[in-house]
Design a protein around this ligand. Sequence first.
Ligand SMILES: [Zn+2]
Length: 257
Amino acid sequence: MSGGIDSLIAWYYLGKPTAYYVPLLTHYTEKELLTFERLSRIDKEIKDSLIIEADFPLGKFEIGDKANIPGRNLFLALLGAQYAKNVYIIGINGDDVPDKNIRAFMKMSEVISEITGEKISIRSPFWAYSKSEIIKWFLETDKVKLSLPDRIKLLKTSVSCYSEDEGQCGECPSCFRKWIALEYNHINTRDIFLKNPATTKTAQEYWKRVLDKKFNSKKRYEETRTVLQRYFGKCNEERPSRLGKIGCSIRIRVREE
Ligand SMILES: [Zn+2]
């Protein structure tokens, strides 16, 4: 479990199994640990099921603003295989980094099985589902015995922000994807992010990607388009978008092409 939405929902979806958190000593490790404290105040069972592993300092290999650690999930898979034969690392529809996609997980299962002599399976239950869809499931399912306000509070409290500062920045790609998924489910996001994600450079970049249809997941494209259209799509001279001139100029330039 990481403290982010995907692994939090997966934990409920899988029937609250023992979960491991591995402190990778990235610049947001402290924030993740704090997040578990806060999540556990809403559902005490989170703390009861969570085992915090010894430090595993992969953070020193972190690259760029997307906080990428090459091969991170392979390390985690091998570590997980020390505890269980079925290891869940949560990937969702549209996740396609080299160490987190269906093919990579199949290969990891093969290699780890071969070198440990056990039948190890590295899997995710959510390859077919987008972040918005798993949130919808979480809000509607009978499987979770929490009130709707508590479920929403959990979603809002979960953190997968790349910034080392306290809170959820609203500017990093991870905050942006969370914002899209919550907005798509009509959850009020105003009290979550330090900066309104709609007004960030990240939102502009994603809007450009929407216009160019540069998405590797149809669902992610549709959901991003639907939400961003509320902010960028209605832009004209009489009724400027909430992004002001920057949002408008992108829109107008694209119209001219
Ligand atoms: Zn962020």
